[in-house]
Design a protein around this ligand. Structure first.
Ligand SMILES: [Zn+2]
Length: 241
């Protein structure tokens, strides 16, 4: 099985050495939903610089076998699933992305399932923070900021790296259920959303981190390399003269 470490993003193959799957049935009397058990999976990252453990836990329905043992089926019905370690699905982000944006993003990922409302509120704040920081646009509402960004793009004045695609993606959010309906309001107003809507916002933020900040950083690094080479050549010329 192929697996990507949620801590370091290292892609690897899961083997018997770094993977374990355990099931335990509770030998209580039947609960209202029947017998119950725990299904747990642990994977340890083989990257020597990481070595962290990822652990997922599920509460499942179980049954009593003819010896009276409470057992779980190989693919049991899961009543509740939790990512214990790491406790969120946030992707690792580079340190050149402003810390408050990354903090809002991680927090939005952490609470997505428990509280989509709170998650979407943080994600909208993160999105607004990005438009303010990366694009230098600051308006009273996110709606007006997106409008302003679209205008910049139409006039070919948008910051480098802000593509029509990314602005279109932001604009799509405006058409999504409650998030869209409340774009005109202050971003701190808490709105009702479902986990899928919250997830769409989180994915948008991941895309924009990549297309805006990571791409800009790579571009700067490339240019810095070109400049170093040019400087070296110029120095060599001076020496040889
Ligand atoms: Zn790892």
């Amino acid at each position: 099985m192929k697996w990507k470490c949620p801590y370091c993003s290292h892609a690897q193959v899961v083997t018997q050495q770094n993977f374990s799957h355990k099931q335990v049935g509770f030998d209580t009397i039947e609960a209202d939903v029947g017998h119950l058990g725990i299904d747990a999976v642990a994977i340890v990252c083989v990257n020597p610089d990481c070595g962290k453990a990822a652990i997922n836990l599920s509460v499942c329905t179980a049954y009593k076998d003819h010896y009276g043992q409470v057992c779980l089926r190989s693919e049991p019905d899961k009543l509740l699933s939790r990512r214990l370690m790491p406790d969120h699905s946030a992707h690792p982000q580079p340190d050149y992305i402003p810390a408050p944006l990354v903090e809002d993003y991680i927090e939005a990922c952490k609470i997505k399932d428990l509280s989509p409302k709170a998650s979407a509120t943080l994600a909208r704040r993160c999105l607004q923070g990005m438009i303010r920081d990366f694009c230098g646009i600051s308006k009273p509402t996110l709606f007006k900021e997106i409008e302003a960004l679209k205008k910049l793009l139409d006039e070919s004045n948008a910051p480098k790296g802000v593509s029509a695609d990314s602005v279109e993606a932001i604009d799509h959010i405006r058409q999504i259920g409650n998030i869209g309906a409340h774009m005109e309001k202050d971003i701190n107003v808490i709105i009702d959303v479902d986990p899928e809507e919250a997830q769409v916002l989180i994915e948008l933020i991941e895309t924009l981190f990549e297309e805006w900040y990571v791409a800009r950083h790579k571009r700067e690094e490339r240019f810095a390399r070109v400049k170093t080479i040019a400087d070296e050549k110029a120095a060599q010329k001076l020496v040889s003269q």
